[in-house]
Design a protein around this ligand. Structure first.
Ligand code: FAD
Length: 478
């Protein structure tokens, strides 16, 4: 038991209610139970929330299968593996494997709840006051009072208010994860992380994919050197990307759908596709929570919180996607831990400068801290160091040499401000950048840390060398 418990604080805030069993809610529940609270978690659907059921996990499961299929076709021969002509894809089995992974993880979360003595109620929660929630479950209604509550109700997909958005064949990310068949052609509206990952899945499986993005580039929150590589890779994989292009409406066109678009020059055209995937962002899920009855205020749909995740109502906290901040599972979990630690009298420590953003394409993309654009907009005096994957032995072995590593550091001190990677295992390697930023490490610290050989991680050390002078495994610049 935490020492706070013996000091009695646990008794004061013993009865905690958590609304939502996603990565924010279930992690908060475990931490609160560890700190001695009596926790009830209310989940209306399936434990694990968006992340486990229709988000992070199913996308990555399909990406893994689609990648394997593509690599067997394109890489096996180069590695001396003779497969023959008949490599086919059984999409139904891929979907089954995805569902099995989801089921196993959802069951695992349920077991964790039991093991931590957390009461889970299946039902829909709504506040009746700032001290009680009503739970509706299979026609029955019950009420539960609490000392403290944490709202972790997540988010739902946004849709463009355009004609044809409701047509059969127009889906959101959840729909795109459960297609019965691989669509012959797919038009993806939105070139953010989800759009790019879906483009990667379906282009690897043979669909003709077109991405339509209103902004001037795809993946606008990533460093432009990294997205430039991704654009080339997408082109190689025959994915068309139309940036600076607006969607006007969608119409039925026989068996297919036709998407009307207008580019930044005012030029109109039409994209025909079997399916249209709309992934234009997500919005906080706050409807029906009875927030007014509890005195919890919102702004443009997102729940307003202070730096400790406390809402405008004294005893109610809110974390994760429903607060409209950085909509990522690891952020929701970190916020959940911080909120319940604050409730239990601790001083939580959460550093948003160390939040990694990852894109699970092939190669993977990952970034943490400032991008070069961000550094220049802030007026920071910075220097950059780069190292190409082409010069990495391990990347060459793995056949993924198109990317690079880029470090952004403070001029003068060499303090690491940002790390951006396009290459094999980028989503694993990015943890080194997050830790460097957290510890206030410099390029010199990275250089003097011995990195294993051969490893893709060596490219980070080489980029640090480049930042301070010259990389070792690259000819010096003239
Ligand atoms: P959620 O996971 O949305 O959970 C909220 C839960 O609350 C839900 O289970 C819901 O049923 C429940 N709930 C809502 N209202 C009530 C109520 N009134 N009563 C009871 N229960 C209620 N993030 C990453 O970090 N990495 C990724 O790779 C990644 N990939 C993604 C891919 C896709 C396709 C999508 C859609 C999202 C992805 N995300 C990813 C984002 C990630 O899933 C979310 O940021 C994360 O799930 C948010 O966690 P949360 O706990 O705030 O909410």
């Amino acid at each position: 038991r935490d020492p706070l418990w013996s000091r009695g604080l646990g008794d004061v805030y013993k009865r905690q209610v958590i609304i939502g069993g996603g990565p924010g809610g279930y992690t908060a529940a475990i931490r609160a139970a560890q700190l001695g609270a009596e926790v009830t978690l209310i989940e209306k659907d399936s434990m694990g929330g968006t992340c486990l059921n229709v988000g992070c996990i199913p996308t990555k499961a399909l990406i893994h299968s689609a990648d394997l299929y593509r690599k067997i076709r394109t890489e096996a021969g180069k590695n001396g593996i003779i497969i023959g002509q008949d490599v086919t894809c059984d999409f139904e089995s891929m979907q089954k494997k995805k569902s099995q992974v989801v089921k196993q993880l959802v069951t695992g979360v349920g077991s964790l709840m039991k093991a931590n003595g957390i009461r889970v109620i299946k039902g829909t929660a709504a506040f009746t006051s700032d001290k009680a929630v009503e739970i509706r479950s299979e026609g029955e209604t019950s009420e539960l009072t609490f000392d403290k509550a944490v709202i972790a109700s997540g988010s739902i997909p946004s849709a463009l208010p355009i004609e044809g958005a409701e047509l059969a064949g127009v889906v959101d990310s959840t729909g795109a994860l459960s297609f019965d068949e691989i669509p012959g052609s797919l038009c993806i509206i939105g070139g953010g992380v989800i759009g790019i990952e879906m483009a990667h899945i379906y282009s690897s499986l043979g669909s003709k994919v077109t991405i339509v993005e209103m902004l001037p580039d795809i993946l606008m929150n990533m460093d432009s050197d990294i997205t430039a590589v991704m654009r080339k890779i997408m082109k190689k994989n025959k994915v068309s990307i139309l940036t600076g292009t607006k969607v006007g409406g969608i119409e039925e066109a026989g068996e297919a759908l036709s998407v009307k678009v207008t580019d930044d020059q005012g030029e109109e055209s039409v994209i025909e596709a079997e399916k249209v995937l709309m992934c234009v962002g997500r919005r906080p899920a706050t409807e029906g929570l009875g927030l007014e009855a509890a005195g919890v205020k919102t702004e443009k749909g997102r729940i307003i919180t202070d730096e400790n995740f406390r809402t405008t109502s004294e005893d109610i906290y809110a974390i994760g996607d429903c607060t409209g901040g950085i909509m990522l599972a690891h952020v929701a979990s970190a916020e959940g831990i911080a909120a319940v630690e604050h409730i239990m009298g601790k001083t939580p420590n959460i550093d948003f400068d160390t939040v990694p953003s990852c894109v699970y394409t092939s190669p993977e993309l990952a970034g943490v801290g400032l991008t070069e654009k961000g550094a220049s907009e802030r007026g920071t005096d910075y220097i950059t160091g780069k190292f190409p994957m082409m010069a990495s032995g391990k990347a060459l072995i793995e056949g993924e040499t198109s990317g690079l590593v880029k470090i952004i550091a403070e001029a003068g001190t060499g303090k690491v401000l940002g790390l951006h990677i396009c290459g094999p295992q980028a989503t694993e390697l990015i943890a080194e950048g997050a830790l460097a930023i957290r510890m206030g490490a410099t390029a010199e610290d990275i250089i003097s840390t011995i990195h294993a050989h051969p490893s893709v991680a060596e490219t980070i050390q080489e980029a640090a060398h480049d930042l301070l002078g010259s990389a070792l495994n690259m000819p010096p610049a003239r």
